[in-house]
Design a protein around this ligand. Structure first.
Ligand SMILES: Nc1ncnc2c1ncn2[C@@H]1O[C@H](COP(=O)(O)OP(=O)(O)O)[C@@H](O)[C@H]1O
Ligand SMILES: [Mg+2]
Length: 378
C-alpha cells in the first residue's frame, strides 16, 4: 500500500525531473564544480551542447572548464576566484572567453555560489553561465562608433575654427587694406580740395587719384565675390549641381594644374538642395585629397542618375589609397564624406589600386524620405 511518505517521494521526484527539464532546455549552462585541482565537474546541464561539448565530456573529465578558457583569461580568473574564496566570499561573478569545440571564441558571464561543509571548508561551486558574445560585440561596436563620433565632432570643430581664421584673415587683409587705402586717398583728396590747389581747372592729379580709387573698389569687389563663392558657391543655388561641378572642375584645374574631365548626365533628374550640397562637398573633399595625397596627373568625374540612384564617381590616376587608409577610423575626411552621404540616405565607396589611382563613388537614392532634422545638414 502506498504510504504518505511514498506519495511525497513520488511528488519530489516529479518536481526534480521538472526542474531538470527546465535546467536542460534553458540557454543558461548550469554547473557544479568540486573545488580541487582542474575544477572537476560533478554536474553539467545539457545546455552546454551550445559550446559543442556534451555534459558527459565535462562530468567524465575529458574536457575541463579551465582547459577551454582562453589562457589569458584563465590566469586572471584563477587569481580572482582564489582571492574571493580566501576572503570567505559566498558569491562571485565573472566575464571571460571560452573556446568552443569548433574553435570559436565566445564571451561567457557566470554567477556562482560557494558551497561549504559544516566546518566551513569550501567544497563546491555552483554556477550558471550565459553566452554574452552578442552583448559584448554590440558594446564594442557602440564604443567604436562613440569614439568615431567624438573624433568627427572634434575634427568638425577645428575645421570650423580653421575656416573662420582663414575668412577673417582674408577679410582683414583684402577688405581692411582696401578700406585703409581708400581712406588715405580720401584724406589726400580732402587736403587738395581744402588747399585750393585744384582751383582753376587743374584737376588731372585729382582725376588720376579718383581712377585709382575706382580700381581699388573694383578689385575689392572681386575679392568679396571670391570669398563668398568659396564659402558657398552661389552657382550651386542659381544653376544647380551640374554647373557647380563644372565650375569646381575648372577651378581645381586652374589652381593645381591637374587635368580634370567630366561627364555630367543628370538630365531631368535634378537633386534637391540637400543632395546637391552633399555631392558638392563630397567632391570638394575629393579634390582636396587628390591635391594633398594622390600625386595625380588627371581626374575624371562622372555624375549620373541611373537605376533610381544619383551616382557621383571621382577617379584619379595617382598613387592609390591603401585599404587601411580607406577604412581607418582615423580618416576623418573620409568619415565626414560618409556622414554627408548617410545624411541624405546614401553611401560612399572608396577604393584604390597601388600606382593606378583612387576611385570614390557616392550613391544617393533619387526618391528618398527626408529626415525630420535635415535642415541642419546644409
Ligand atoms: N585620392 C587619394 N589618393 C591617395 N591617398 C588618399 C587619397 N585620398 C585619401 N588618401 C589617403 O587617405 C587618408 C585619409 O584621408 P582623409 O580622411 O581625407 O584625411 P586627411 O586628408 O585629413 O589626411 C589620407 O591621409 C591619405 O593618406
Ligand atoms: Mg582629406
Amino acid at each position: 500500500m502506498e504510504t504518505e511518505l511514498d506519495k511525497e517521494l513520488a511528488n519530489l521526484r516529479a518536481r526534480i525531473s521538472e526542474l531538470e527539464t527546465v535546467i536542460n532546455i534553458s540557454p543558461a549552462m548550469t554547473f557544479r564544480w568540486r573545488v580541487a585541482d582542474g575544477w572537476p565537474v560533478e554536474f553539467a546541464s545539457e545546455s552546454v551542447s551550445q559550446l559543442g561539448y556534451s555534459a558527459d565530456d565535462f562530468v567524465s573529465g575529458r574536457v575541463s572548464w579551465p582547459g577551454i578558457t582562453l589562457p589569458e583569461d584563465c590566469a586572471r580568473l584563477e587569481k580572482e576566484v582564489g582571492d574571493i574564496l580566501a576572503a570567505g566570499g559566498s558569491e562571485f561573478h565573472n566575464e571571460y572567453r571560452l573556446i568552443t569545440k569548433s574553435g570559436e571564441v565566445r564571451w561567457i558571464a557566470d554567477r556562482n555560489r560557494v558551497i561549504r561543509d559544516r566546518d566551513g571548508n569550501v567544497t563546491h561551486i555552483q554556477g550558471v553561465a550565459m553566452d554574452i558574445t552578442e552583448r559584448r560585440e554590440t558594446e564594442s561596436e557602440l564604443k567604436g562608433s562613440q569614439k568615431m563620433l567624438r573624433s568627427l565632432a572634434k575634427h568638425l570643430q577645428s575645421a570650423v575654427e580653421e575656416e573662420r581664421t582663414r575668412v577673417s584673415r582674408q577679410v582683414h587683409d583684402d577688405l581692411g587694406q582696401a578700406l585703409t587705402g581708400l581712406r588715405m586717398d580720401l584724406a589726400w583728396l580732402a587736403r587738395r580740395l581744402q588747399s585750393g590747389e585744384s582751383a582753376g581747372g587743374n584737376c588731372d592729379e585729382i582725376l588720376e587719384k579718383v581712377d585709382q580709387m575706382f580700381e581699388l573698389i573694383d578689385s575689392t569687389a572681386v575679392s568679396v565675390r571670391e570669398l563668398c563663392t568659396e564659402l558657398r558657391p552661389g552657382i550651386l543655388d542659381d544653376l544647380g549641381l551640374e554647373a557647380a561641378v563644372e565650375w569646381g572642375c575648372e577651378r581645381f584645374s586652374e589652381r593645381t594644374g591637374i587635368e580634370c574631365v567630366h561627364r555630367l548626365r543628370l538630365h531631368e533628374n535634378q537633386p534637391d538642395d540637400l543632395v546637391a550640397t552633399a555631392f558638392f562637398r563630397i567632391l570638394q573633399e575629393c579634390f582636396t585629397n587628390i591635391f594633398r595625397h594622390a600625386a595625380a596627373q588627371s581626374v575624371s568625374i562622372q555624375l549620373n542618375a541611373q537605376n533610381g540612384m544619383y551616382v557621383l564617381v571621382v577617379k584619379d590616376d595617382g598613387k592609390g589609397i591603401t585599404e587601411e587608409d580607406a577604412n581607418s577610423q582615423q580618416s576623418i575626411g573620409l568619415i565626414g564624406m560618409r556622414e554627408r552621404a548617410h545624411a541624405v540616405g546614401g553611401e560612399i565607396q572608396v577604393c584604390g589600386e597601388e600606382g593606378r589611382g583612387t576611385t570614390v563613388t557616392a550613391t544617393v537614392p533619387i526618391q528618398r524620405i527626408p529626415a525630420a532634422d535635415e535642415e541642419s545638414c546644409l
